[in-house]
Design a protein around this ligand. Structure first.
Ligand SMILES: [Cu+2]
Length: 165
C-alpha cells in the first residue's frame, strides 16, 4: 500500500528554507529577479535580413579582438604598400600567442612568417598567405626567448624584428 508521502514535500521545503532563508515558515525563495542582461548592441549593420527574427543571439562576434578570454597575447600586424607598418614586435617566451594580421593591399598577397635570428634564418612559423584586403589571425606556437625576425614569404623585403622575452 504505497501512498504519496507529503512528508517528502515538507522536508524538501524545509531544506529549501534552511538553505535560502534563516526565517522558518518562509518556504518559498523568491526567484532572483532576472537580472537584466546587458544586451550589448551588436554594433554593426543589423540589416533586417528577411527571415531573421528580432532575436539575434550574439553568436558570431565579427572580428572582435576583445576576446582576451584565453589570456593570450595578440600582436597586431598590418601590411600596407608592400611593407609592414610595424618594424618590431615583442612576444612572451614559452607560450603560444596570436598574430592578428591585416593585409591592406588590395589584390596583393602577404603573410607573416617567423624566422630564427634574422629574416633569412630558419623559418619557425609560416602564416597563411592571402590577398588583401583581408585579415587573418595566426596561432603561433611557443617560442623560446631570443631574437627573431618576421617577414612576408612573398616579399622578402618586408621584414621586422621579433623579440621573445
Ligand atoms: Cu608580402
Amino acid at each position: 500500500m504505497r501512498t504519496p508521502r507529503p512528508l517528502v514535500a515538507v522536508l524538501a521545503m524545509l531544506a529549501i528554507a534552511a538553505c535560502t532563508s534563516p526565517k522558518p515558515g518562509w518556504t518559498y525563495a523568491p526567484a532572483p529577479s532576472a537580472t537584466p542582461i546587458p544586451s550589448v548592441e551588436a554594433s554593426g549593420s543589423a540589416a533586417p535580413s528577411g527571415s531573421a527574427a528580432a532575436s539575434a543571439p550574439a553568436s558570431a562576434p565579427a572580428s572582435a579582438p576583445a576576446s582576451a578570454s584565453t589570456g593570450g597575447t595578440v600582436l597586431q600586424v598590418e601590411a600596407e604598400g608592400i611593407a609592414f607598418k610595424e618594424s618590431s614586435l615583442t612576444a612572451p617566451a614559452n607560450q603560444p600567442f596570436k598574430i592578428d594580421f591585416k593585409n591592406n593591399d588590395a589584390g596583393t598577397p602577404h603573410n607573416v612568417a617567423i624566422h630564427e635570428g634574422s629574416p633569412t634564418g630558419a623559418e619557425l612559423f609560416k602564416g597563411e598567405i592571402f590577398p588583401g584586403v583581408g585579415e587573418r589571425t595566426y596561432d603561433v606556437p611557443a617560442l623560446k626567448a631570443g631574437a627573431y625576425a618576421f617577414a612576408c614569404s612573398v616579399h622578402p623585403n618586408m621584414t621586422g624584428t621579433l623579440t621573445v622575452q
